[in-house]
Design a protein around this ligand. Structure first.
Ligand code: IDP
Ligand code: CA
Length: 499
């Protein structure tokens, strides 16, 4: 054996098997460390923001949303961090003074600037969606509605955010985005669990949206979505003029027309079972007919004396008259010849559905008990009601008997809920801290934050990652043992050789 070969035998590190095993172990460790780093990389807490203005018929609210920057496609990640109620009435009330509409938003937009970190301002989208009040103004006076929209657009562009548009949204959009909001917040969209139908009651319109069990017979009422890899086939309808404020006008106009026919006193006395006994308020006829929801009627007097007598069942009879259920060209209808499949599944009822039922403490009773309680409430004298609720605005307070009865009648006679499925309706305001309403769904859609297909979030699923790491560790451990054994054997052989 020459000298060089002898050195090779004596030094086991020079054996190819050992060199191979060592390289393999080092490579294994490098792979393991790299995967751990990528998998467990600390996620930086960076947030993004979005602003949506809900320009409703009665008032405007500004919603600010926040979500972790790197998780924007995951369901349930966006949350509402702030809301601001614009002072005064809705933007459609500025028809005679359009500049005032834009100015009215100022306080809330300044607040938004303070709530959102300055470095995010320029990339924060701002959307304004106007609902039924502006739909009605557009029907009445298109130029005025355009001027109001131009005014809010001009105002919103003066802020450092990324202005994305101010428009009147359709009733279908209002219904569908309300449905997306409640199901996104409940994290129903990427699971095989059932979805929640959405019931929204505003001042000028009301929406019903759900996944029906039967075919949708009218194209106008059908909306299809593909969200997180699931297909949704929704029924939706928005009834313009059937929000609670317009419904009150409709109902009052019918009472006024009968009172006018029966008596020619001036002012005309309109006796109303939907208002408390002892309630007496003077209204102008113009304040009832100032809407495109009704045809103008020739009334001899300009003023009415609106007198309450608090009778719940007569109130319900009078409200039924605003729903036309005499004709239906489909297999089933709700009212006014509108197709509606049987209500199916659980529903979330929000906005004025919640405000009214919550005030009346009627959010969790059976239909029969709800009726009994409402009957008692409506017959309570107005004087007592004012004493019991000194802090509640009188306008709201006077209307709760009407509004509660309207809600019951709309749900039972309009949408065909029954005492059996009444408790499938949850009256709710917020879900996990965010308001139920169309605004969140609208923003999620416009920012493409709900992908059609379910996104992949990690390099590999967590279970796969754990299994992989365990097997890889065992494998490297076995290699290490083999190397040790081989090292010992070679050293012995070498020693023997020397001896
Ligand atoms: O605290 C409350 N109590 C009773 N009703 C309320 C309260 N807050 C808001 N509302 C009512 O909720 C409704 C909200 O309608 P909105 O202004 O969104 O109209 P829209 O959706 O038809 O355009 C209005 O009728 C308003 O009076
Ligand atoms: Ca609304």
């Amino acid at each position: 054996m020459d000298e060089q070969e002898e050195v090779k035998v004596k030094n086991p590190w020079h054996r190819p098997v050992l060199i191979f095993l060592t390289v393999f172990i080092i490579l294994g460790i490098v792979i393991m460390v790299s995967i751990s780093v990528v998998q467990n990389k600390p996620l930086p807490k960076k947030y993004k923001y979005g602003i949506v203005l809900d320009a409703g018929s009665s008032h405007t609210s500004v919603f600010i949303y926040e979500w972790p920057a790197e998780k924007e496609n995951n369901t349930g990640m966006v949350r509402q961090i702030h809301t601001c109620n614009v002072k005064g009435k809705g933007i459609s009330s500025y028809n005679a003074n359009p500049d005032g509409a834009g100015k009215s938003l100022q306080e809330c937009m300044v607040e938004a600037k303070q709530k959102i970190p300055a470095y995010r301002h320029s990339e924060t989208p701002v959307y304004l969606g106007a609902t039924a009040g502006m739909r009605l103004l557009k029907m009445e006076d298109e130029t005025a509605s355009e001027k109001v929209l131009a005014s809010v657009e001009h105002s919103l562009k003066t802020y450092p955010f990324s202005y994305q548009g101010a428009r009147i949204i359709s009733g279908q959009e209002e219904g569908a985005f309300g449905w997306i909001t409640v199901n996104y917040l409940n994290q129903n969209l990427n699971k095989p669990t059932g979805t929640l139908g959405a019931l929204d009651l505003g001042g000028a319109s009301t929406q019903i949206t759900f996944i029906p069990q039967q075919e949708i017979e009218s194209g106008d009422n059908s909306i299809d979505f593909r969200l997180y890899g699931n297909d949704y086939h929704l029924y939706t309808h928005s009834f313009l003029c059937y929000g609670k404020d317009q419904a009150l006008k409709l109902s009052l106009s019918k009472k006024l027309v009968s009172a006018h026919a029966a008596s020619k006193t001036d002012p005309i006395e309109v006796r109303d079972p939907c208002f408390h006994p002892g309630y007496n308020f003077t209204r102008t006829v113009q304040s009832i007919f100032d809407t495109p929801c009704m045809k103008a009627v020739n009334i001899s007097s300009g003023i009415i004396s609106h007198v309450g007598f608090g009778d719940w069942s007569q109130c319900q009879q009078s409200i039924r008259k605003v729903f036309n259920t005499s004709r239906c060209a489909y297999s089933k209808c709700s009212f006014n010849e509108v197709f509606q499949p049987s209500v199916y599944g659980k529903f979330g009822a929000f906005s004025a559905f919640f405000f009214v039922m919550d005030f009346l403490n009627l959010t969790s009773d059976s239909l029969a008990i709800t009726k009994q309680k409402l009957e008692k409430y409506c017959s309570t004298p107005w004087k007592k009601i004012v004493e019991n609720y000194p802090l509640v605005k009188e306008k709201y307070l006077s209307e709760y008997c009407f509004s509660g009865t309207y809600i019951l009648t709309l749900l039972e006679d309009g949408y065909n809920f029954t005492s059996e499925n009444w408790q499938d309706i949850s009256f709710l305001k917020k879900i996990k801290g965010s308001d139920a309403g169309w605004t969140l769904g609208y923003m999620l859609n416009l920012t493409n934050m709900i992908p059609a297909e379910a996104p992949d979030t990690r390099l590999m699923p967590y279970g796969g990652y754990v299994t992989f790491m365990i097997f890889f560790t065992l494998f490297i451990f076995v290699l290490f043992l083999l190397a040790c054994l081989y090292f010992r054997q070679s050293t012995r052989k070498a020693q023997k050789g020397i001896i």
